[in-house]
Design a protein around this ligand. Sequence first.
Ligand code: PLP
Length: 377
Amino acid sequence: MDHVVYLDHAATTKIDEKVLEEMLPYLENYYGNASSLYKLGKDSRKAVENARSQVASVINCKPSEVYFTSCGSESDNLAIKGIAKANKNFGKHIITSNIEHPAVLKTCKTLEREGFRISYVPAKENGIIDIESLKKSIRSDTVLISIMAANNEVGTIQPIEEIGRIARNNNIFFHTDCVQAIGNMDIDVKKMNIDALSMSGHKFYAPKGIGVLYVRNGIRFERQQDGGHQEKEKRAGTENVASIVGLGKAIELIDKNRMQYTNHLRTLRNMYVENVINLFPNAHVNGDLANRLAGNMNISFLDYKGAHLVEELDKRGIYVSSGSACSAGLPMPSSVLMNMTHNLKIAESSLRVTFGKENTMDEVEYLIYSLNDIMKK
Ligand code: PLP
C-alpha cells in the first residue's frame, strides 16, 4: 500500500503489532471453546478470564463485572435495554443527551415505542451538556441516565463524575458510553459512580468486532439475547477468544502508555489547530478547546462542504472524516453540530481530524499544505 496519512482514529484504529502477536496463538492452535471442559477449552477460558482482569484493572471494577460483547453498539443497546427493562417497576423515564451516538439515541427511541419516556438534555454551543437542564429533567420515575464520556464527532468531554454523583444521590442508574474515552482519559467506575459502561476495542488498537460492557454487580439486568449461559447469562454466544485476548492486551498497553500517548496526540492537534487558525480566516473550531480529547479536532471551513474536503484530501492520500463514520455517505449535516450550534453552515462544513500514535508532525504539515492547496483552487 502507498503511504497514506490516516487521520481518522475516532472512526477506527489499526491493530497494534503487540496485540496481533498476542492474538495469533488463539487463531491458530488454541481454538478451543471457552465453555469446553477439556484442556483446550480450559486454555481458552484462562485467556478470556485474563483479559477480563486486564479490563477490570483499568476501569477499577471487579473482573466479574466485565462482560464481552461484539462491539460498542451492542454494549450500548445491552446496557440501556438491560437495565431499563429489568427495573421498569421503579420507573420508565430515561435521561440522555442530544449528542449521543446513534447506538444510544436509537436504543432510546426503541424504548420510547415500548412505553418509556425519554428526556434529551441539550448540549451547549461548546459541545458540553447543560448540567442544570439535566438536574431539572430528573423525575420521581427516572430509572436511568445515559451520557457519553466523550463525544465522537467533536471530542468534547462530559462531566461524568458530576453526573455520576447526581445519579447516585437520586437513586438513578448511570450508564456512560466510553467508546471514545477509553485510552484517552482516566475512567474509574467507583470514583465516578458509574453503574454501566460501554467500550469498543477497535478504538484503541484492538481488532474490530469486540466490545465490553461493564455492569456493577447487584444491578437487576435483563438479557437481550437468548441462548447459552455465556457471560453469566447476560450475553449468550460463544466467546470470541482471540479478539477478547486482543482487547485485553490493547487496553493494558494503552493504559500503561496513556500519558505519553495523549501528550503526543495533543502536540499534533495543537500544531494543526494553530496553523489552521493562522492560515484560514473561514475556520471555525467546533467544541470546547480545553475539555476535549487530546487527539480530536473538529473544524468547520465555512465556505466548503465537509464532504468535498474529505474527497479532495482523499485524492492526496489523507484520510479524515466530515462527521462521524456512521453518518458518512449520508447527505445529511451532522446532527451533533446542528444541536450544538443550530447553524446549518457550520454543520455542513465540518472536518473531523483525529490523531493516533503513529502520526507525525510531517503528516500534520502535509495536511496543512494540502488544505491550503485545496482552498487556493
Ligand atoms: N459510541 C460511540 C461514542 C462511538 O464513537 C461509536 C463508534 O464510532 C460507538 C458507540 C459504536 O461502536 P462500534 O463501532 O464498536 O459499534
